[in-house]
Every structure is written in C-alpha cells, then in structure tokens.
Design a protein around this ligand. Sequence first.
Ligand code: UT7
Length: 336
Amino acid sequence: MFNSKITGLGFYVPDNVVTNDDLSKKMDTNDAWIQERTGIKERRHVIKGDGDTTTTMGVKAAQIAIDRSGIDKNDIDFIVFATLSPDYYFPGPGVLVQRDLDIKTVGALDVRNQCSGFVYALSIADQYIKTGMYKNVLVIGSELHSHGLDMTTRGRGVSVIFGDGAGAAIVSREEDPTKGILSTHLHSEGQHAEELSLIAPGMGKRWINDILEDNDPNDESYFPYMNGQFVFKNAVVRFSEVIIEGLKANNLEAKDIDMLVPHQANLRISQFIQKKFGLSDDQVFNNIMNYGNTTAASIPIALTEAWEMGKIKSGDLVVLAAFGSGFTWGSVIIRW
Ligand code: UT7
C-alpha cells in the first residue's frame, strides 16, 4: 500500500466581482442582511460571452496545479471532476478536461456530490493511488452557478450565497506512510435529498419533454431550492461528527489540527465549528467573504489560497470537511 499526497494546487475565479450592493439592484436584499447571515461580502460571476464555463475554469485551475506539481500533463493517470453545474447534461466535464488539456486517453470520472464533491473526489483519487493503480490523479472542483440562479427577490434566499470558480489538485503517490492523505470519511442521508436540490431538467419529477411542452417562465423547478434553516442545522451537526470521526480514526484530537479548511457554506457555520472545537483563528481558513459558496470548488479554492499565503507547511495536520446537498458530507485528514 502507498499513501497519496497533494503535490500541486491551483484555483481560478472569473474577474467579475459582484458585491452585495450589486445584487440589491436586482432583488430585495441588502449588504447588512447578507453579511450578517452569511459573512459574504462579494462573489465572482462569469460574464456571458467571456468564454468561461465550468470546464474552462476547471482547466485553468488544473493547469496551475499541474505546473506547481512539476509533473508533465501526460503523467496524469486519471481525472476526477466534481461539479453540480456541468457544461452539458451529458457528457460530464471530465472528458472535456481531457480534451482541452490534450491529455492522453486516460479515464475521466464525474462526481455528483455537490458541496461534498471535492472531498468525495479526493477520496476516489486516494483509493486509486493507495492500491497502486495510479500514480498521479487530477482532481477538479468547479462551478458556474451565476447563470442558473433566480436573480429576482423570489430566489434571494439562495442566489446571494453562491459564486463561480474552480480549484484543482494533483494527487500523487507518496512512499512515506506517515505523510499525505491519512484517511477519508464519506457519508450520505438521501431522505433529505430535496431539501437542497435542483429538480429540473431531470427524468424524475420534471421531464425535459414536460418542460418544453409547458414552456412556463414561472416554473421554479429550474432553480436551486434550499430549506436554509434545516440545511444549516444539519450542517453544524454533520460537520462536527465527520471531523471527530476523522480525528479519532487517526488517534488525533482537535488541538492537533494545524489548519481546518471547511467547505465555505456560510461563515456562521465555520465559526460555530471553530468555537465547538476550541480552534484559534489561525487554525481555520475562511474565504467565503470574497467568493461566496462555490460548492465543489470551495475547498480547493480555500486550500490553494491558504497554501499560497504560507498558512500550510510541511508536517502540518490539515483537515478538510464538507457538507451539502444530498445530504452528503465527508472529511479528509492530511499530514502535509
Ligand atoms: O453549501 C451547502 C450547504 N448550505 C448551507 O449550509 C446553507 C445553510 N443555510 C444558511 O446558510 C442560512 O439558512 C441562509 C443564509 C440561507 C438563510 O439565513 P436564515 O437566517 O436561515 O434566514 P431565513 O431563510 O430564515 O430568512 C429570514 C428572513 C426571511 O424573511 P421573513 O420571513 O422573516 O420576513 C427571508 O424572506 O430573511 C429573508 N431573506 C432575505 N432578506 C434579505 C431571505 N433571503 C434574504 C436576502 N436578503 N437575500
């Protein structure tokens, strides 16, 4: 058995900054409400016509991660792409990355686990490397939310939260068993699937043929729905559980954490977790203020920024934790 370690990180966000005041021109919201309830000050939105898509943003982040890892792109053995906002209904963006990066015909897997997508994707990469099947796996989380949100007052409970962007990691074989990804922990609870969901278009409740036939501009099933308070209550419980599970599996305690990078769902959730585990400001990384919630991209963007700022050093204990639609949640324990 080998271990796996992150050898390169990168992120990309579109240039277009959208402030809370910008949103208040489109819907009945305001900077004070958004900051107080979520901590978000601004987010990035792709401008139509600029050429950015979920795939192209993922490719840009991936290119940085590849360059920083020092591998040749043709040393990549496998691609895992996590998103809830793919360019196409099918095929998924994994193969589009393989094409755009002009990588040889390696396997490309698409992960559909929303806010937990990157944690799931990292776990998949880790398993392939641990078994010896692959040496280098490209893992991407990318989202283009902005053009799929209800930007009217009707959708304000969801649309002010989400932002666009991408993050990527190269996960490579590590011979030292005490270094790299120590363990990953994944969970789901499907009975709450619709509490944070986008129902249409699909082949369940809103068939594509129905949508075309009805052609109803007021059909809300095109937009994400979130039962915010219910999601919040579940998030704080599951985040805590899965961090404890990861620490216990490695005989570690909260005080051993050098850097916790939580999925950037809501600053209040991160602060609740920080307080619960008695962590200092230096032990938790947040950047939701600047990017909003970028779902599958949030952890790799935050991890990359923390690393770029020198907040993650060799030997540090880094904990990643996510919770989101599905419900799905998970954690990754890393000795950097
Ligand atoms: O990343 C995946 C996981 N996601 C999460 O973990 C998100 C979890 N949930 C949350 O972060 C919070 O529930 C929200 C930020 C989404 C909402 O905050 P809240 O404190 O739960 O607010 P609420 O939905 O209970 O709404 C309170 C009030 C309502 O008005 P009334 O009924 O009290 O008159 C809403 O209509 O705030 C109103 N409201 C807004 N007002 C101004 C909802 N959205 C907005 C808005 N601007 N954008």
